[in-house]
Write a protein that binds this ligand. Structure first.
Ligand SMILES: Cc1cc2nc3c(=O)[nH]c(=O)nc-3n(C[C@H](O)[C@H](O)[C@H](O)COP(=O)(O)OP(=O)(O)OC[C@H]3O[C@@H](n4cnc5c(N)ncnc54)[C@H](O)[C@@H]3O)c2cc1C
Length: 395
């Protein structure tokens, strides 16, 4: 349920194992702006294991081998992916709709796979306290779908976990993101960039003919920013990089600037009889570190590894579903803990002392000792407990 990274990868792998799968996606296509663009080395390794890597890399993308940040005007190498033990030693930047279209195109080769677009799950079907399917809204009317297992992969505003009454723990997040486009010009830098400046952060994602910009703001301050006026906002954005001032006038209407609220939360139980939540539906991720897509995919792989064979023979028990949570919960806790740390110490700039132009101590160490850049590379590029494809293929 849900045609994001978690749902599409779980659907692909289960159908590959011959388990009949129906993925419901509420939108008519995958072309939404506010999705991350990062495909990590661990996800690329999965593509290799599935025999899809060569074709995948033919899609337009950029390869980021070293992560650099511009902190208070100084360029800092922050992560070096070139030493990772994977076939691809880089993060691929690719619009997420290309990634999802690619996965769905390949999943459709399996007779067991079906994808319904514009099908929104609105409720769960219950029988004797067990989830036995979903009720969906489609342009052709309502639809009841019965299933041995419902996988909630419907993202951070999950209908599924809400309807199932699963308990959600929220971890306060002090930031939101403003999302907007600025045109590109000849001579602009050639790659995705992150600019830290006095506790503020602007990320520019290279989308070929335009920059997709994410501006991190303190939570709840969008109205204050609006009250200060568009000119002040344009000046704020322009101050991040020399090539921006002649283009910020494009941001001439607040309707061009979307507010994306950031959440970090986690379900206490990711499952109940007949239902398993994975990806952001089980644990909403912040954009910090750009690892949410990877984690969602890792959940999907673990789900197929642990459940595909059993699902070939019918419904699975609650204890089977709990093995997925048991496997994926601590990597999730670790990453969410890191994101909360980043929000508090890096993005909101609550550091002690230091000149405004100086680099934080950790970043200075990374500048001096290149080997240290391999640690964030492992954490971001592979994540804790990377999964490998172990689920079977259909006979
Ligand atoms: C502003 C922002 C930027 C981010 N940038 C990055 C980044 O650069 N890199 C990164 O790795 N992570 C990033 N993240 C985190 C990342 O987006 C998520 O962790 C990741 O998308 C989770 O994948 P998912 O498949 O679990 O959920 P989603 O990607 O949210 O997919 C859920 C899917 O389910 C569909 N759906 C929802 N409800 C229903 C329903 N009722 N019925 C049917 N379908 C439904 C949705 O349309 C969607 O297609 C960012 C997050 C935010 C907020």
């Amino acid at each position: 349920m849900g045609g994001g990274p978690a749902g599409m990868m779980a659907g692909y792998l289960l159908a590959r194992a011959g388990v009949p799968v129906l993925v419901l996606e509420k939108h008519a296509d995958f072309n939404r702006d506010f999705r991350g663009d990062t495909i990590h080395p661990s996800t690329l390794e999965l593509m290799y294991e599935l025999g899809l890597l060569d074709e995948f890399l033919k899609l337009p993308h950029q390869e980021l081998r070293e992560l650099r940040a511009v902190v208070n005007g100084q360029i800092v190498p922050a992560a070096d992916f070139t030493k990772l033990p994977t076939h691809c030693k880089f993060i691929a930047f690719m619009p997420q709709w290309d990634f999802l279209n690619f996965l769905s195109r390949h999943a459709k080769r399996f007779p067991a796979f079906q994808l319904y677009m514009e099908a929104e799950a609105v409720d769960l079907l219950m029988e004797n306290s067990r989830v036995v399917g979903v009720r969906a809204k489609t342009p052709r009317g309502g639809l009841d779908i019965h299933a041995d297992l419902v996988i909630g992969a419907d993202g951070r505003h999950s209908t599924v976990h809400t309807r199932a009454g699963l308990e959600l723990r929220e971890f306060g997040v002090p930031i939101d993101v403003l999302w907007m486009r600025i045109s590109k010009k000849e001579g602009d830098p050639k790659q995705t960039l992150g600019f830290f400046q006095h506790g503020k952060l602007l990320v520019l994602l290279d989308r070929d003919d335009y920059w997709q910009c994410g501006f991190v703001i303190p939570k709840g301050q969008f109205e204050d920013i609006k009250a200060r006026g568009l000119t002040q906002f344009q000046n704020d954005i322009a101050s991040f990089a020399g090539f921006l001032p002649d283009r910020v006038a494009e941001l001439n209407d607040w309707s061009k600037i979307k507010l994306l609220t950031v959440q970090v939360n986690r379900l206490r139980d990711w499952c109940c009889e007949g239902l398993l939540c994975i990806g952001d539906s089980a644990h909403a991720m912040s954009p910090a570190g750009g690892v949410g897509i990877n984690l969602a995919i890792q959940d999907a792989v673990a789900t197929a590894n642990l459940l595909a064979e059993k699902l070939q023979h019918g419904p699975v028990h609650l204890d089977d579903l709990r093995t997925v949570q048991a496997r994926r919960e601590w990597p999730t806790r670790l990453i969410q803990g890191m994101q909360i740390f980043i929000h508090r110490r890096v993005v909101t700039g609550r550091r002690s002392g230091g000149k405004q132009t100086s680099l934080p101590f950790v970043l200075r160490l990374m500048k001096w000792f290149p080997i240290l850049r391999q640690l964030p590379a492992r954490f971001i590029g592979l994540g804790p407990r990377p999964e490998h494809v172990r689920s079977p293929t259909a006979n």
